[in-house]
Write a protein that binds this ligand. Structure first.
Ligand code: NG6
Ligand code: CA
Length: 533
């Protein structure tokens, strides 16, 4: 907004105008658009997505073993949703559906992406980023990607990493390409590995490159953090990972510096935006890595929580949230920016490294009152912290409406007045009124919840009802506090979330007509290929 954006004169003028026309009915374009009642406001948008952060992991959602003052402050100044969801209980499918607005089980290869995964979202797909880009936004993703890079043969690590985010609506990207327990530990900046020395090419594969290649098995005694399952292949920074790689040494990062890097890059993106395109809004997808394994936080957070490295990672994430909010204030953008905080799936304690997550957990309930967590279609797998904040526009409060990360595409498009093509974002609902805290505004009436996608398990929430379907009669253990294990469960279960949020009492037998109706609705949602009207 150039000269208009920062100054107090502008603020005074906005306040005076709003007062004059009466109670801010979308009159003033946040980005300098002149006042006309019908024009949508176009705020900057920042979606902060945590990794594996559970409903009960932050203090404003009931955690007492850990304090998250910055997240709490965001919630106190905005809307805290008690039925905020991601659509899947693992990372790749949630990120896929967040960006495309379409359930991941409808797409190909949308389960957890391996290190050499090709791009999963094809160029030309309408995404939340392309919608905002088309609406004039300057768009960036900074942080964990985990949606594959490159053509059908996978990423050309030493060449151009295309297609990727830049082919689906982002103007800029600065990425951890997969997830940090997978190789390689390098940053991707736009279409290149950053700081790659051509004399030391990067090789990534799933076979041991040579018989003497050191691994987490061969060098186990020397590791900085031991593995508990998987994660025993190539070692970098004293930590063994999933997958093998060699070369690219100058490009490699320290795990300890990830959070600082995302914050620095975000600051740089916003500063550059303000310098060059300040008359347009920006969209930033801030994709944090906390509290995914390996939980190697910056030295200043190590040992700072009672919960071990997992708690330290939550503190580091909270710090990131505080830095983003602070950066907006410094740029004079607080009241012109909609911030959404969410998670990509529910919590897990031991996810493959011996980091004391179970041993130091004590009474902490990472999934809050819910059953299950990461990998599960019980509520704990997908019901997560979900906060919207837009100071001066979103009235502070708590909402019990059902909203999901998959809805951000349609909702943000609605907020900025960008039409949705009929065949795009097929499961994304416009819940913008609920996200913005409008009085009496409804969220979704139903939601499908999936796991990583291969088990056929699905959850279906409709109002207070929750249908849980496990066609193989197996589910990941229902208690996050124990090591992951498959346990036997009935193929179909029904719960009343109002009286039984913990999904403990299966009432399917007593409610056959409800089960039949919800089963039919779920089948129809899957078969129809879309749920958006
Ligand atoms: C699993 C990994 C787990 C984690 C997960 C993806 C093993 C045994 N487990 O396969 O550690 O990487 O994939 O997590 O390797 S996610 O949050 O990115 O979906
Ligand atoms: Ca995750």
């Amino acid at each position: 907004m150039g000269a208009f954006r920062a100054g107090t004169v502008w603020r005074w003028w906005v306040a005076a105008l709003c007062a004059w026309v009466g109670a801010g009915v979308g009159v003033v374009g946040a980005n300098g658009a002149t006042a006309r009642a019908a024009e949508p406001r176009r705020p900057n948008v920042i979606v902060i997505m945590a990794d594996d952060l559970g409903y009960g992991d932050v203090s404003c959602y009931g955690a007492t073993a850990i304090e998250t003052p910055h997240i709490d402050a965001l919630a106190a100044g905005g809307r805290r949703f008690t039925s905020g969801y991601c659509s899947a209980s693992t990372c790749t499918p949630t990120r896929y559906s967040f960006l495309t607005g379409t359930y991941a089980f409808r797409g190909e290869r949308t389960g957890i992406a391996p290190p050499n995964s090709p791009a999963i979202i094809q160029p030309g797909t309408v995404t939340v980023a392309s919608l905002l880009q088309d609406a004039g936004y300057d768009t960036a993703v900074i942080g964990k990607w985990h949606l594959g890079l490159g053509g059908p043969d996978g990423p050309d690590w030493n060449g151009e990493l295309k297609p990727g985010p830049l082919e689906i609506g982002f103007d800029r990207c600065f990425l951890l390409p997969t997830t940090n327990d997978r190789v390689p530990q390098v940053f991707v900046e736009n279409r290149r590995v950053r700081n790659l020395d051509p004399a030391d090419p990067l090789w990534v594969g799933n076979q041991k490159p040579s018989p003497d290649h050191p691994t987490g098995e061969s060098e186990r005694a020397s590791l900085k953090m031991d593995w508990s399952h998987g994660h025993n292949q190539t070692i970098h920074n004293g930590i063994s990972r999933i997958g093998f790689y060699t070369g690219g040494h100058a490009a490699r990062f320290r795990d300890e510096d990830l959070a600082d890097t995302w914050v620095e890059q975000s600051r740089a993106f916003v500063a550059q935006h303000q310098a060059n395109r300040a008359d347009e809004p920006f969209f930033l997808f801030f994709a944090a890595h906390e509290c995914h394994v390996p939980r190697i936080v910056h030295e200043r957070f190590q040992g700072k929580s009672m919960l071990g490295p997992r708690g330290d990672a939550i503190l580091e994430f909270d710090w990131c949230v505080g830095e983003v909010v602070k950066m907006l204030a410094e740029q004079g953008l607080t009241e012109e920016t909609l911030v959404v905080l969410c998670s990509d799936n529910g919590p897990v304690l031991d996810d493959g490294y011996k980091d004391d997550a179970i041993e130091k957990n004590g009474d902490h309930r990472a999934a809050g009152p819910f059953t299950g967590g990461k990998y599960s279609v019980f509520e704990g797998g997908t019901r997560t912290p979900f906060i919207t904040s837009w100071p001066g526009t979103i009235p502070p409060g708590v909402s019990d409406e059902i909203v999901c990360t998959i809805d951000l595409a349609a909702s943000l498009a609605a907020i900025v007045g960008q039409p949705l093509p009929a065949d795009a974002c097929r499961d994304s609902f416009d819940v913008s009124a609920a996200l913005l805290g409008h009085e009496g505004a409804a969220g979704r009436d139903h939601l499908l919840q999936q796991d990583n996608g291969q088990s056929g398990s699905l959850g279906f929430r409709e109002g207070s009802w929750k249908l849980v379907r496990h066609p193989r009669g197996k589910a990941n253990n229902r208690v996050v506090e124990k090591p992951l294990a498959m346990t036997s469960v009935p193929e179909v279960q029904l719960f009343d979330l109002t009286t039984d949020p913990g999904e403990k009492k299966n009432i399917a037998a007593a409610n056959p007509e409800v089960v039949a109706r919800l089963q039919a609705r779920l089948d129809e949602a899957v078969a129809a290929g879309r749920t958006r009207p």
